[in-house]
Design a protein around this ligand. Structure first.
Ligand code: THU
Length: 128
C-alpha cells in the first residue's frame, strides 16, 4: 500500500471522530506487518481525561484482534499544521513497534514522516 492510500484511510477515519468538546477530529490508519490496516478516531468524554486519541484507538483495536506488529501509521487532522502524536500515544506505539514510521498529514494533504525513534528517543520499553 502506498503512503497516499494509507493517508486516505486516515482521512476517512477522522470523519468518525467523536469530539464534541474540542471539535478537533483526528483519524489514524495503522498498517500491520501483514498488510492489514486498522483505523482509529479520537473518542472524547464528558470527563475529559477519559478521552482516547485516534492513534491509541487504532492500536487497541489491532491488538485486541491479535495483531502486534506494525510498520506504519498515518495520522490526519484537518489543520494547517501537522498533528503529531501525543506523548501517551508515542509510548503506546513504542510498546509494540519501536521503529514504526509515523506519517502526519495536514489539511492540504502534505505530510511528514518520522521514525518513532526520532519522536521518542531513549524510551522506556519492554526491554527495561
Ligand atoms: N488527539 C488525537 O486523537 N491525536 C493526536 O495526535 C492529538 C490529539 C485528540 C485528543 C482530543 O480528542 C483532541 O485531539 C484534542 O486534543
Amino acid at each position: 500500500m502506498t503512503d497516499r492510500e494509507l493517508i486516505n484511510i486516515a482521512v476517512e477515519a477522522s470523519e468518525k471522530a467523536y469530539a464534541p468538546y474540542s471539535k478537533f477530529a483526528v483519524g489514524a490508519a495503522l498498517e500491520c506487518d501483514d498488510g492489514t490496516v486498522f483505523t482509529g478516531c479520537n473518542i472524547e468524554n464528558a470527563a475529559y481525561g477519559c478521552t482516547n486519541c485516534a492513534e491509541r484507538t487504532a492500536v487497541f483495536k489491532a491488538v485486541s484482534e491479535g495483531k502486534r506488529e506494525f510498520r506504519r501509521i498515518a495520522i490526519f487532522a484537518d489543520t494547517e499544521d501537522y498533528c503529531m502524536p501525543c506523548g501517551t500515544c508515542r509510548q503506546v506505539l513504542n510498546e509494540f513497534a519501536p521503529t514504526i514510521e509515523v506519517l502526519s498529514v495536514r489539511r492540504d494533504g502534505r505530510y511528514v514522516s518520522y521514525s518513532l525513534k526520532e519522536l521518542l528517543p531513549k524510551s522506556f520499553s519492554l526491554n527495561d
